[in-house]
Design a protein around this ligand. Structure first.
Ligand code: DCP
Ligand code: MG
Ligand code: MG
Length: 609
């Protein structure tokens, strides 16, 4: 065993090289998939319940575990040991993902970094919160919540034990909140690092928590029978270690560093030694939104194109639900296949991806949607990628198909929130392109009476965090004129952008008219455009009454500026006032936005030719 840790178990002084300053909580949901099903259907709670994916029971509730059901048992074996086992199909992960996100959201309410690990686990770094609490509590009365891995007879001089006791109380509050709000029981591990917090977490499962002090790290680690139990040791490292007769964690503790350095890089060898004695300094990284959203379906074999197409169509339906929930607009799609080589009895994965036009996605009442035509477009993109991956003139055998959206347009926050308008512009404007322009008939005039959403409200503010994509940002661009068919009237966001675009065009006509009338050479045109024009002129007059554009640069069209929501007006004014921030729109815009020049909001301010 490492000398340093031999020492630390009998000393009140923390070892020089090990930092006890952090307080980390790891929370794992008990029998996660099974609990999601039991929360949904409480009558399942008293039954032995298994969650089935294909022919495997991926997990089971604790009632079933009493019969000897284990994770990843074959269904046939599970039914042998527990003939009464109630099986629920768990192949659709949608509800598990949703539950996972809800748990993550609950944990974020403590305002500490939360790192999601898989579906049912989270690390929370409560170091700062503990420090805050330490200032207000009576140190003499601090008690532990839950279980202690091993009692300590000596108090560590750095105060880590008190800190971890406070962390244990926070863990208990977190678990209670998850239970009260979502109905899930959980386990927690509390330690001064992620490694020990994770490994101690299941020590008293289900529905309980365990704290381990730094001084017990090495002795606890030595109880692990396999080096693979250490989360950051993968299969390759395990193979190498085993080939050198290092099988248990205790073997790793006693293996000389020099020996390890022969088989691993110097850094890796030191890291392995540190891990073996429970030392780990990896930080809790706040989890952001996923970089890709994907789904896969595996099966025995599919060798017919039409069947592949059916599988993709089913996957796409489910994937679109996930993307809708996420709210970002995808701009790249990846298709994955697992090909079986019948001769070699092996299989391998191949992927292809391509960009997808954001115009496939529309924002309807703030929610991302895809029309039937958009779905057909996606299917043809998918099958095109499939055709590139498969040579259809030869037989093929697939055992998996996968779909993933891999890049997204981000919505901007704070000052850059102006960019959000542009982003909606891109997606929705293109929809108008698909629909091939506007209906300028009288029906469009019914809208203002029919829909209250034409009132001027905007819920964007500088101080606001990112506006929820599901929250419609209702803006009256120019309320009296619109260019929408009856179906479009149902969508305030389409109205918003549709009108913005229309106005741009109409403004062109307005400026044409102004020029022409100056020349006194205007002749009335009997086209719908003319009707538009006259109506629109009125609108322009109405808007000009509330003129806010005294400080605007000369190229700005005042009418359009005044039709913008206050928030955006303020942002633009600030930008014009401070030229150093004037590159904000272009610098912080996603690439797609720069490309989409014709849609740029600036278009509405520069004079039209
Ligand atoms: N899971 C899976 N395949 C596996 C292991 C797990 O699909 N090989 C799924 C089902 C689990 C979920 O992931 O419910 C979380 O995995 P856990 O290992 O945390 O297992 P459970 O939460 O089911 O049980 P426990 O109470 O042991 O944490
Ligand atoms: Mg679990
Ligand atoms: Mg887990």
């Amino acid at each position: 065993m490492d000398d340093r840790n031999m020492e630390s178990s009998s000393s009140i002084l923390p070892d020089d090289s090990s930092d006890h300053s952090k307080s980390i909580i790891h929370i794992d949901v008990d029998c996660f998939y099974a609990q999601v099903e039991m929360v949904r259907k409480p009558e399942l709670q008293s039954l032995p319940l298994g969650i089935q994916q294909k022919n495997i029971v991926v997990t089971s509730n604790y009632e079933a575990r009493k019969y000897g059901i284990r994770k990843c048992m074959l269904v046939t074996d599970a039914l042998n040991v527990c003939p009464n086992l109630k099986l629920v199909n768990g192949e659709d992960l949608h509800d598990y993902r949703a539950a996972s996100n809800k748990i993550f959201t609950v944990l974020q309410s403590w305002k500490c970094p939360v790192e999601k690990l898989g579906m049912d686990e989270n690390f929370i770094d409560v170091t700062n919160l503990v420090q805050e609490k330490l200032k207000t509590v009576n140190i003499a009365t601090i008690t532990l919540s839950g279980n202690m891995y091993s009692e300590s007879s000596l108090e560590c001089i750095c105060g880590c034990q008190k800190r971890l006791k406070i962390a244990s109380q926070i863990a208990s509050e977190m678990r209670n909140k998850i239970y009260d709000e979502l109905g899930f029981t959980t386990c927690a591990g509390i330690a001064h690092n992620k490694l020990l917090a994770k490994l101690i977490c299941p020590f008293n499962k289900p529905n309980d928590q365990t704290t381990i002090y730094p001084e017990h790290g090495a002795s606890f680690m030595s109880t692990l029978q396999n080096v693979r139990c250490i989360p950051s040791i993968g299969s390759k490292t395990t193979e190498t270690l085993i080939s050198h007769k290092i099988i248990s964690v205790s073997d790793l503790q006693t293996a000389p560093l020099d020996v390890l350095k022969k088989h691993f890089s110097g850094d890796m060898a030191v890291r392995l030694k540190n891990l073996s004695v429970g030392e780990d300094n990896t930080p809790v990284k706040q989890t952001g939104r996923p970089q890709s959203i994907g789904l896969e379906d595996s099966f025995k074999t599919v060798s017919v194109k039409s069947e592949v197409e059916e599988k993709f169509a089913a996957l796409l339906q489910r994937l679109l639900i996930l993307v809708r929930e996420d709210g970002r607009i995808p701009v790249s799609l990846r298709v994955t296949l697992r090909k079986k080589d019948v001769k070699r009895l092996s299989s391998h994965r191949e992927s292809r991806q391509c960009q997808v036009s954001p115009s496939i996605f529309t924002i309807n009442n703030g929610a991302l949607t895809v029309t039937d035509a958009g779905q057909q477009k996606l299917m043809s993109i998918i099958m095109r990628l499939f055709n590139k991956l498969i040579n259809l003139s030869k037989p093929f055998h697939l055992t998996l198909v996968g779909l993933a959206f891999t890049k997204f347009q981000e919505r901007m926050t704070g000052r850059s929130s102006i960019v959000n308008y542009l982003m909606n512009d891109i997606s929705v404007q293109s929809v108008l392109n698909i629909q091939n322009d506007c209906d300028t008939s009288a029906s469009s005039m019914d809208y203002s009476a029919a829909s209250p959403s034409s009132s001027t409200t905007t819920d964007l503010s500088d101080a606001e965090v990112e506006p929820s994509p599901k929250k419609p940002k209702k803006v009256t661009w120019i309320a009296k004129r619109r260019c929408l068919s009856k179906e479009e009237v149902a969508s305030p966001s389409k109205l918003k952008v549709g009108e913005l675009r229309l106005n741009s065009r109409e403004l062109e006509k307005v400026s044409e008219l102004r020029l022409s009338s100056r020349d006194r050479s205007l002749t009335p045109r009997a086209s719908p455009a003319k009707d538009n024009l006259s109506d629109n002129s009125d609108t322009m007059k109405d808007i000009a009454e509330g003129d806010n554009c005294d400080d605007c640069p000369s190229y700005v069209d005042k009418e359009v500026f005044n039709a913008l929501p206050d928030q955006m007006q303020q942002e633009l004014k600030a930008m014009w006032k401070n030229p150093s921030s004037s590159d904000m729109v272009t610098r912080s815009s996603p690439r797609t936005m720069n490309k989409a020049k014709p849609n740029s909001i600036m278009k509405y301010f520069v004079p039209h030719k």
